[in-house]
Design a protein around this ligand. Sequence first.
Ligand SMILES: C[S@@+](CC[C@H](N)C(=O)[O-])C[C@H]1O[C@@H](n2cnc3c(N)ncnc32)[C@H](O)[C@@H]1O
Length: 618
Amino acid sequence: MENALQHIKETTLDFLRSRFKQIHGFDDANREMLQLSGINDFFLTEQDFQLFLELLEPRPKVADTTMRREYGDFQTPPNLSKTVCDFLLSYGISPKVLIEPTFGKGSFILSAIETFPMLEEIHGVEIYEPYCWHTKFAVLELFIEKPNLNRPSIFLYRNDVFKFDFHKLVEITRKQEMLVLGNPPWVTSSELSALNSTNIPTKSNFKSHNGLDAITGKGNFDIGEYIILMMLNAFADHTGSLAMLVKNSVIKNVLQDLPNTTYPISNLVALRFDAKVHFNASVDASLFRCSFGSRSTNGGSASGGKAGQDQLTCKVATLVSPQSIESEFGWVGNKFVSDITAYQETQFYDGSSPFVWRQGVKHDCSRILELELIDRKLMNGFNEFVDIENDLVFPLVKSSDIQNSLIVTPRKFVIITQKKVGEETTFIAQRFPRLNRYLSDNLRFFSERKSSIYNGKSPYAIFGIGEYSFKPFKVAISGFYKKPFFSLVPPYNNKPTMLDDTCYFLGFDNQTQVAFVLLILNSEPVQKLLRSLTFLNAKRPYTKDILMRIDIHKVAEHLGFDRVRDKGLADKLPESILQSLTREKWVEFLASCENVSQTKSQYSLFKQPSSISAGIVS
Ligand SMILES: C[S@@+](CC[C@H](N)C(=O)[O-])C[C@H]1O[C@@H](n2cnc3c(N)ncnc32)[C@H](O)[C@@H]1O
């Protein structure tokens, strides 16, 4: 309460001092506050009221410097919450009941009171007591300054949103136009577990990922997404809408999971705003808005799909120009895409890759396992020269190296301790004594690896390794970069080059095959397809799931030998490779694609149908 009163103007405090000079009883105080502010049970206890009287005495201000990372605390500046409410009003939204699931310092509650003249009831939840006081006094101040404003009945619950029973509000809201409004916490479940925080829903694996997916990050979710789903669960079949400020990745995830739900929502829109300006946060974020009560169906609109099917798409514009729709993303039939219009031109190539994409090697011990060649000697990440046998040292390419069509010389080397995942590493001691001494001298760096995938494995275990890692010719892409650029990675000094785990690659036995694949992947149709599938604000826009959707065989047949061979890109490969790209080799290449495709489809006959998940991007 002390902090909240620091934010109240001196004129408001003077007003309160004069009103409360004669009020000494707790019930009278709450009656007075209800009359002034519309807030029910303003003081929860007699002590609260006595503290309030004490704090009304003049005192010096103290700075509020609390860091609240685990609460995803980014309070909405009043100008932004007002812009959002004005936009909603202009859109014809004028609720009678408002729900703010994590109201913080009350920015949205205050703006809603000022904007929506029909408001009769407000229900807000917030876990942090100082913010509850802050909001109460800010609402009180608003009505003292503007006594003629419409005064709804306000219920502010100090509670944990994950424990609060929103269903108890369902009856109040069912027959009235309602609005769920706010800005839920900006924090992910994995950030919370790194902070050992308990501010997490008990059903934390709510997407039901299996153990490995949960460990490797697919089970990670944003608290904002969880709260949106809680709201849809409770209120989507009401009359009204939802409008929340969230990261773009949250909106994408909500859309992606919609086919697995029956929430009756429609008119989905994401209106971008500058999170750096408003929250000093370097993240892409938008106002996510949708209407409750019905699920729109497809009538042959831009989003494609059969007429009568659910239309699960979201339009994209900006909060400053909400009418100028820039693009639309979501589901086209059973495929999830980032740009529906661009996708219509390239969907022919969206299928299944004849070759299996792989992620590079993961070891989480780069200072020991990654080496550089300095004066013909190997040096590790601690700038120590390393004297080891060369047998298990392989050339290494990382994301930052993937910039040219051909990577001739590797910048780094990596010690590969296993040929496949789970292999014993005892052979190192028997065959490579100097390497064994180097690894055992640095054993503690392996033991300190945080990821639980290393638990119970041999001490020098690595992941993302298999027969495929030792294929001599590779074509690789960085998962992190915005532009989908592919490089040819040949062997170096007769050793296959490894990729690190920020990269994805296809491995081949011969140079012509890899060169054809490289030219196809860097061709315009594939680049366009990838642009229509990927969400560039994702940390890793290119994933194995996305890359597996490129039907290299179809693109090859459609482009034909002359266009592949004559592309401007082909000129960037050395003459020695270009000369080997003959028409005969092309025919062989097409046949090899077909063979792999046939083997795959015969194999898939014995597998369970993979349903809609085939189109899901991770
Ligand atoms: C991103 S801030 C936004 C606050 C407010 N909605 C606004 O727009 O300014 C998120 C708020 O969620 C609150 N919060 C975090 N975890 C919570 C929980 N488990 N239950 C209720 N509120 C929570 C934080 O204290 C913080 O005030």
